[in-house]
Structure formats: C-alpha cells, structure tokens
Ligand binder design. Structure first.
Ligand code: XMP
Ligand code: MG
Length: 184
C-alpha cells in the first residue's frame, strides 16, 4: 500500500491483495458447488459492480450469465431505512434458474432479506448469496449467506464499489472515512 492515502480515508481495512485472495477462495467454492450447472449471477447495483467483475472472472468451471438489479434503501445517507424500492428490475426470467445474488456488503441485512424473498418468489431452482463484506454487529435479521468474504466492524466503509454520496467507489481497497467527511 502506498503511503499517500487520500485525505478523506482514515484507515485501510482490507487491501487490494486481501480482497483478491478472498475472492479466489469464494470462486473456488462456487465453482465446486455449481459444477456442471448454469448459474445466473445477480449483481446489486451499484456497490456490487467490482465484486461482480472480479468474482465472475475467477470462476473457471461454472457457466455464468449476469443480470443486475438496482434497489434503494439508503438514499445518500449512511443508515438503512428498511424500506426497499426497485429502481431497476432484472431482465432475466428466474423460473427454474440457479441464482446467486452478488452483494458488496450486508449491514442490517434488511435489503438482502427483502431481496431474497422477492427473488425466491419468482420460482428459481436455487437461490444463494455471495457477499464480500458483512457487519455482524449491525445485523438485524437472520440471513443464510452461503459465501461470505470478510466480517468487518460496524463502521461505515467505502471503496471497492462502496460509496459515500457516490464518491470513493473506485478505490481498490476498503477503508473507513475520516470524520471530517461526515461533518461537511
Ligand atoms: P442493509 O443495512 O440493508 O444495507 O444490509 C445494505 C446496503 O447498504 C449499503 N451499505 C453501505 N454502503 N458503506 C457503504 O458504502 C457501508 O459501510 C455500507 N453499509 C451498508 C450497501 O449498498 C448495501 O448493499
Ligand atoms: Mg449493495
């Protein structure tokens, strides 16, 4: 890691290397579990874009299709409202498909809980979740998440797809924001 962190980043939680090696492990598990099957990856916009791109390219033995969904539960703030709206629905019909939701982060779990029951009602053959990050101390609902990258402390994080007011998504690592950013 270079010495020049952007001024807005307080500290790095997960380096680019840590993210990449964890995604290798997750991809190997997914490959083993779905061998010989067709898998539909459902990415949740916009945060999961990086996980989707990197995880999907590490899958060696699974035939994947990709689709995207955009939901809103946060606005531009940092707290989940629990009220989920579909901003962009899937193009794909899920009937009879093996579906894997690809998520950046599970915080309260409210978004994912809602999304899982929504997608399950569309008649998938199977439905699982792969999430890069999870905040166990923030979770408000029990969720069965099959593939999980890292458990992290209950702090707001940015980078690797995660934003604060649409900024910082392109940072290659996951880090916490310096307090002055929130105070503006
Ligand atoms: P819930 O609370 O419903 O939230 O599990 C899930 C969604 O909220 C966003 N989220 C974050 N975004 N830094 C972010 O940039 C965070 O620390 C954070 N925590 C939650 C994210 O879009 C996630 O899918
Ligand atoms: Mg998300």
């Amino acid at each position: 890691m270079g010495s020049a962190l952007p001024n807005d980043i307080d500290h790095v939680l997960l380096t680019e290397e840590q993210i990449s090696s964890k995604l290798e492990e997750m991809a190997a598990q997914i490959d083993a579990d779905y061998a010989g099957k067709d898998l539909l990856l459902v990415g949740v916009l916009k945060g999961a874009v990086m996980v989707m791109a990197d995880l999907s390219r590490k899958l060696q033995h699974t035939t994947v299709a990709m689709d995207w969904m955009a939901v809103s539960s946060y606005g531009s703030g940092t707290k989940s409202s629990g009220v989920v709206r579909i901003l962009k629905d899937l193009d794909a019909d899920l009937e009879g498909r093996h579906v894997l939701i690809v998520e950046d982060i599970i915080d309260s779990g409210l978004t994912l809980s809602w999304l899982m029951s929504n997608l399950r009602s569309r008649g998938c053959a199977s439905l699982e979740v792969a999430a890069m990050l999870r905040k166990p101390d923030a979770m408000k609902v029990e969720l069965d998440v099959k593939y999980i990258g890292y458990d992290i402390p209950n702090e707001f994080v940015v980078g690797y797809g995660l934003d604060y007011a649409e900024k910082y998504r392109t940072l290659p690592y996951v880090g916490t924001l310096a307090p002055h950013v929130y105070e503006n």
